[in-house]
Structures are given as C-alpha cells and as structure tokens.
Design a protein around this ligand. Structure first.
Ligand code: ATP
Length: 328
C-alpha cells in the first residue's frame, strides 16, 4: 500500500475499557505489516503534549491481547482543551515524525481529535473504546461485551443469595445516558425488571409490577437499574420507597461500580479490537481522516467523527419489547 504516512501514533484516552490493549496490539501489528513505524503515546492527550512516546514494534505488544486496562495508560487532559495545549501537542507530534494519529476512546476523545485535525490538518482515526456502548455509528464499542458478561456473572451470584433469603435486589449498573448495559445484561440474567434512562417506568408501576411478580409465585426478584435511570432519585431512594410501600419485602442494593470496567476482554471484544485496529491503520494509509471505525451488520464501517460525536446511540426497541415479554 503506497501512502504518505510513515509513522502512526496510537493512544488510549478517557475512561478505560477491556479490549483497549487488544486494539493497541492490532494498530501496532498492522503498522508492522505495512512496514510503517508506530509510536505509543502514554496517558492520552497529556502524553501527546509532553512528548511521552515510545517506539512500538510487533514484539512490544506480545502477551497483552488478554489483559484489561491499557498498557499505554489513559488520562483526561485539561490542557488539550486549550489552543496552546493543542499547539504543544502538534509540535511534539511533528518533532517525533508522527504523521497520523489513532485515538482509542469515547466521544470526548473524538471531539479533541476532530479539533486537533481541523486546526493542524493532522490525519486522525477513532476507535470506540467504552463499556457503555453509547457511541453513534457502531453497534458495539470495545469493552461492552466484556462488561455485559461481568454484569451477568455478578447478577447470577446475587440471585443465589436473593433466592435463598426471598429478597428483592436492586442492582445498579453503569449507563448514565443510555441503558444498553442494563437492558442487555438484564435480559441475559433474567431480571424481573429493568430500569433504563430511556423509559421512566414510574415508582407506582414498579411497585405494581413487583406485586404481580410475587403473586405469580416468584419468591425473589432482581431489578437491574442503569445509573442514569430517573424512576427514583437514586437506587437507594427506590429501595426506601419499595420498603415503605411493600413492607413484606426485604430489599437490598448492590452497586456494581468500577468492576464493570475491568477484567480480561471477552473473545468478541478481542476480535472486534483486532478488526478495528487493522481498519483504522488501513483507512489512514488510504488517505482517509476524521472517521471512527465501527461495526455494523458484522462488517467494519467508517462513520464521520462529527456524526459519531453528535449522533445518539439508541437502545434496541425490539430487545426492549422482548424484555417486557420476558418480565411478565
Ligand atoms: P468516556 O466515555 O470514558 O468518558 P471520553 O473519551 O468521552 O471517554 P472525556 O474525558 O470526555 O472522555 O475526554 C477525554 C479527553 O479528550 C479530555 O480529557 C480532553 O483532553 C479531550 N477532549 C474532550 N473534549 C474536548 C474538547 N471539546 N476539546 C479538546 N479536547 C477535548
């Protein structure tokens, strides 16, 4: 492949997610395959500003495909939000001979990449790495599948204790703006109710549904709640409300928190990361810039970065319908 690009920088930025290492590995190995150089940038845009780079060869990424987190570390950079900060970043990139950038991160990281590219005419390509799956232009982000498996495993365990004591558990999962994790993991774990930001069930209807569930013979219940759900002020507020309204219930809350972001990536995320890394490098070598690599209908697709940032990732309405049928 003939291209003007001879050295690609790769970074991870924003919140980490399982599969980021597999994506770094893929970018590095694709560079090696096409005989161009690759620079690892530490701590996202912070490292770009400081010139914290490391030459990466195919061998530097051995043994990381199965590791959670990111070997390049991730950070949030206030300085990169300023023109001066981005100017420094561009000077460092140019001094190191870098002529294109792959950013693995979320929509904030993509916004930064877009601005950087516009200001300096610098080619950029995004790979969506976030467990929330809240990015437009891809049916799956890196880490989403692993997070679902983690949540389902936790809920299976919580159910063991819930059914032993006839308890109701509210399980809070990540998802501030979208309910992808709650909806998918809730269906996968057989939850009795799933509360997501996209649909406000209302406290009264929740209580009615729990009553019906008990009348139908269920002795324990799991309610999966996305952190951005608006049914109650918080998951603890829901607990208090149900305990006051249905005193016969013994209610517990489990907030799964950051464990959802860690762990060894699932096979699906490893394969996705491998495909996305190759597509990102090949697209840059073809002269493309300002795109995010996504997956749709099991094929790699490019989505313009501005659409990826501005567009809204929507939950699967058919899955919502299936979930309603499953929770009757
Ligand atoms: P997550 O989904 O995990 O939050 P993210 O990529 O959206 O990941 P952010 O903290 O929003 O995480 O953004 C990461 C970094 O991208 C910021 O610390 C900042 O350096 C850069 N960035 C975000 N928005 C902008 C912007 N408007 N201009 C310049 N840089 C930005």
């Amino acid at each position: 492949m003939k291209s003007k690009i001879k050295k690609i920088g790769v970074m991870t930025s924003g919140g980490d997610s399982p599969g980021m290492n597999a994506a770094i590995r893929s970018v590095v190995r694709a560079c090696a395959f096409y005989e161009i150089e690759c620079l690892g940038i530490y701590r996202g845009y912070e490292g770009l500003i400081e010139g914290d780079f490391k030459e990466m060869t195919a061998r530097s990424v051995k043994g990381i495909i199965n590791k959670g987190g990111t070997i390049l570390k991730s950070a949030r950079s206030k300085e990169f939000r300023t023109v001066e900060g981005r100017k420094k970043a561009h000077e460092q990139a140019t001094a190191a001979g870098m002529d294109a950038l792959v950013v693995i991160g979320g929509d904030g990281s993509f916004t930064g990449a877009m601005i950087f590219s516009e200001e300096f005419g610098f080619p950029v390509m995004g790979i969506p790495g976030t467990i929330d799956n809240d990015i437009f232009g891809t049916s799956s982000t890196l880490g989403f599948d692993t997070a679902l498996n983690t949540v389902v495993e936790c809920i299976d365990k919580i159910r063991d204790t819930a059914s032993s004591h006839n308890r109701l558990f509210f399980v809070e999962v990540m998802g501030r703006d979208v309910g992808h994790i709650a909806l998918n993991a809730g269906v996968g774990a057989g939850a009795e109710e799933i509360l997501i930001p996209e649909e406000n069930l209302g406290k009264e209807r929740l209580v009615e549904s729990l009553k019906r569930s008990r009348q139908s013979g269920k002795s324990s219940s799991i309610v999966v709640v996305a952190e951005g759900d608006k049914t109650g002020d918080s998951v603890f507020d829901l607990k208090d409300y149900v305990e006051q309204t249905l005193p016969e219930y013994e209610v517990r809350v489990s907030v799964l928190g950051h464990m959802q972001r860690g762990g060894s990536p699932s096979c699906y995320d490893r394969v996705l990361a491998s495909r996305m890394g190759v597509k990102a490098v090949e697209s840059l070598l073809e002269g493309k810039s300002n795109f995010m690599v996504g997956i749709r209908d099991n094929a790699m697709q490019l989505c313009p970065l501005d659409q990826a940032v501005k567009g809204k990732s929507k939950i699967d309405m058919d899955l919502l319908r299936v979930s309603d049928i499953m929770t009757t």
